[in-house]
Design a protein around this ligand. Structure first.
Ligand code: NAD
Ligand code: MG
Length: 333
């Protein structure tokens, strides 16, 4: 009796299983999108996923190269998997050679977008790798080096992007300047001006130049920071530009929503990028970098890639004026 019941339930289980396998097998016939490998990825503990402090003391001349950092940052080169979320889109990413911009460039290309990146001529080595990765994803990759502190260049950057990609629908204003100064007395007018030009004027110039090309359904994404709401004492100039970034995202979102253009921001916490090893952080802060977050480690650029994708994805059509954070449990966007 027991045996019989047992057999029956086993048979039910097996037939149930084969029924669900059959559904899985016919899934694509009904146009279900591909979900990649059938095997589940193993669970990963985020606290153990990437390097923790102490880090080796290291300094590079500004603007620094990702390729020369130890350990090398992870921008998703080996790990990011796309699923067609940005198919046919045309994106411009400033600071696309390294850090968050590079992670966004790799992810956008693997999601099916053509991508133009801007960077400084000194960063050519990093930029070359990014262009090769975009092309390896089967997309168009355009390199447009130049200094964003120059208004005429910002205009040319947009024009050149539109010409080479045949349009523009995603603008990621990500380039940034961060140079720590212990005292406001050490901060020169030239320093202050360079930070304002890079972090505030350049997005203003780029967005103005891009707007006439942006059709309904396009989007703008700014990279802000936890510094916008929790400024460090040695980042007097930088932190206020990030408060301004969060603010322009919210203002422009309201201005452009009726035109069908979304504007959102990404607010990283401490992320392992060249900005930090080329004057952004003291050596004392760098060796302990990210150790004060609840996760006990800095973030890697790839850990923000999916946020840049999400904010650009047409499926996020009701999200505008939002700032999405990733800070290991510390700070608020
Ligand atoms: P990064 O050094 O990899 O990227 C910054 C990029 O800005 C550089 O690659 C460079 O190409 C570009 N840039 C700087 N000045 C420029 C200029 N005058 N003209 C043209 N390009 C210029 O570092 P990142 O950390 O990935 O920085 C990307 C963004 O993330 C920045 O806006 C930064 O403020 C922000 N952010 C970084 C952190 C962090 O901990 N790393 C935290 C919060 C926010
Ligand atoms: Mg760089």
């Amino acid at each position: 009796m027991m045996n019989e019941e047992h057999k029956l339930s086993r048979r039910q289980v097996i037939s149930g299983l084969s029924a669900s396998l059959a559904v899985a097998a016919v899934g694509p016939v009904f146009g279900a999108p591909e979900t990649g490998s059938a095997a589940a990825d193993p669970l990963e503990d985020p606290t153990k996923k990437y390097p923790k402090p102490p880090f080796k003391s290291q300094q590079q001349p500004w603007p620094g190269l990702a390729g020369q950092m130890e350990p090398k940052p992870d921008h998703g080169e080996k790990s990011y998997k796309g699923s067609g979320r940005l198919k046919g889109r045309k994106a411009l990413i400033t600071g696309g050679d390294s850090g968050m911009g590079r992670a966004a460039a790799i992810a956008y290309a693997r999601e099916g977008a053509d991508v133009a990146i801007n960077y400084l001529p000194a960063e050519e080595a990093d930029a070359k790798e990014v262009i090769a990765l975009i092309k390896a994803a089967g997309q168009k990759g355009v390199a447009i080096p130049g200094d964003l502190r120059d208004e005429a260049f910002c205009k040319r950057l947009v024009d050149e992007t539109v010409r080479q990609l045949g349009g523009l629908d995603i603008v990621v204003s990500n380039a940034g300047r961060q140079q720590q100064r212990q005292s406001i007395l050490d901060l020169s007018t030239e320093d202050f001006d360079a930070t304002m030009k890079t972090n505030i004027y350049a997005p203003f110039w780029i967005i103005k130049a891009a707007l006439p090309h942006l059709k309904p359904g396009s989007c703008i994404i700014g990279t802000t920071s936890e510094q916008a709401t929790d400024p460090s004492p040695d980042l007097y100039d930088y932190a206020q530009t990030k408060a301004a970034t969060t603010n322009y995202v919210r203002s422009l979102a309201k201005q452009l929503a009726p035109k069908g253009i979304r504007v959102n921001g990404v607010a990283p916490g401490p992320i392992w990028t060249p900005l930090q090893v080329s004057g952004g952080a003291t050596q004392e802060k760098l060796v302990k970098f990210g150790g004060d977050t609840p996760m006990g480690r800095p973030g890697q650029p790839v850990e923000l890639a999916s946020i840049y994708v999400q904010l650009a994805d047409p499926q996020a059509s009701y999200s505008t004026g939002q700032v999405y954070g990733a800070a290991g449990g510390k700070g608020m966007p």
